[in-house]
Write a protein that binds this ligand. Structure first.
Ligand code: F6P
Length: 398
């Protein structure tokens, strides 16, 4: 696509959904229409919509997006498996596999660029996480003006202090723990909460600190399950007689190795599953296999230890965004249009750095073609980690 005046922009959401998507869409549309007099269209169903063309396009005017700032999900729908640069070929049996058992892929990106040209869409606002923005970067390389907006509950995008949706996800986890605590306390149990985040532990770390967890397990720190059990035992022996462990879904099993299921339905071929349950079971076994001479695992009121896991799952991702996220989304959406129109940014992402709204090059946000290396893990020497340790929270460090 050649450099030309921007009169019409397309906005789309990609990847897993995230609280605040609608708030960004609304801010983009309102800023574009009222401040710049642009035409704005929404592209439904992520990159799939870009491939399918006209029938996936909806006009977005200020009235259309008038009252959606608080609405969860996305009015444009999401897809997290439509990488047009590497699109699995299908027939009536589903995804076609080659002799090596792996899907056969096609590059369909030029169809999308041709569609954009035909539909007169001059620039794209792409709201997404690392996977979606990898394609955003690649469309920008093909000459499509692109501005990314950093979305993901996982908070693991490079070069921004925070992604939108993270605050809502953490708030939801903290809210759930309030309930988990009362039932756990009533039974003197060890309660484990497994939270999302893929290979990054931001949700677990922040939730754990905010909930005074005894132990937080994150993928960035290898843990020793004996140490986790020792901390759980100390919690049960304390006056509170209760222990809380927050586990990030991406941690290894107590015996080592990642836990989840291989699937063609995920762009990276893997869905995390089972870490929290495995930790709960292992802690319970260790404590019940080390009893005193009376046969008590802990005391005369806690003769046997029960460790139970709750997997919060998509509850973290659904529903209405917090006020913080709504404002952040509105700021991101407005800045995205301003970056395109005033600053001439055509291959960038809006970001929050040191509390200030800025833009950063997509090439720096997504520096690699290896999708597993483009994320921002927890800084294990960072301030939050130090805070947690100072507050007496264990990471079960090996
Ligand atoms: O990246 C966001 C996220 O919610 C992760 O935390 C989680 O592992 C994944 O998406 C779940 O995706 P899906 O809904 O496709 O299983």
């Amino acid at each position: 696509m050649n450099k030309k005046e921007i009169k019409k922009i397309g906005v789309m959401t990609g990847g897993g959904d995230c609280p605040g998507l609608n708030a960004v869409i609304a801010a983009v549309a309102k800023t574009a229409v009222t401040k710049y007099g642009l035409e704005v269209v929404g592209i439904k169903n992520g990159y799939r919509g870009l491939y399918l063309g006209e029938k996936q396009i909806v006009r977005l005017d200020a009235a259309e997006v008038g009252n959606i700032i608080a609405r969860g999900g996305t009015i444009l729908y999401n897809s997290n498996k439509d990488n047009l640069f590497k699109y699995p070929r299908r027939d009536k049996n589903g995804i076609i596999k080659g002799a090596d058992g792996k899907p056969i892929y096609d590059n369909l990106s030029q169809v999308a660029v041709d569609n954009l040209n035909r539909m007169g869409i001059d620039a794209l606002v792409i709201i997404g996480g690392d996977g979606t923005l990898t394609s955003g970067r690649d469309f920008a390389r093909m000459g499509v003006p692109v501005i990314g907006v950093p979305k993901t509950i996982d908070n693991d995008l490079n070069l921004t202090d925070t992604t939108f949706g993270f605050d809502t996800a953490v708030s939801r986890c903290v809210e759930a723990i309030k309930c988990i605590n009362t039932t756990g306390l009533a039974h003197h149990r060890i309660m484990v909460l497994e939270v999302m985040g893929r290979e990054a532990g931001h949700i677990a770390l922040t939730t754990g600190i905010a909930s005074a967890a005894d132990v937080i397990l994150i993928p960035e720190i290898a843990y020793d399950i004996e140490k986790v059990a020792a901390k759980a035992k100390a919690a049960l022996k304390s006056e509170r007689q209760y222990g809380l462990i927050v586990v990030a879904e991406g941690v290894s099993l107590p015996t080592g190795g990642k836990t989840g299921v291989e699937t063609d339905l995920s762009p990276d071929g893997f869905k995390f599953k089972g870490a929290g349950d495995a930790v709960a079971e292992a802690v319970q076994d260790i404590l019940n296999n080390n009893r005193d001479e009376n046969g008590y695992a802990i005391s005369d009121t806690i003769m046997d230890v029960e460790a139970r896991c709750t997997v919060l799952g998509h509850v973290q991702r659904g529903g209405t965004p917090t006020a913080y996220d709504r404002i952040l989304c509105a700021r991101y959406g407005k800045k995205a249009v301003e970056a395109l129109m005033d600053d001439g940014k055509v291959s960038d992402m809006v970001a929050l750095r040191g509390g200030k709204l800025v833009t950063v090059p997509l090439e720096d946000v997504i520096p690699s073609n290896d999708m597993h290396s483009n994320f921002r893990p927890v800084d294990v020497n960072g301030e939050l980690m130090e805070l947690a340790r100072t507050l007496g929270i264990s990471f079960g460090d090996r």
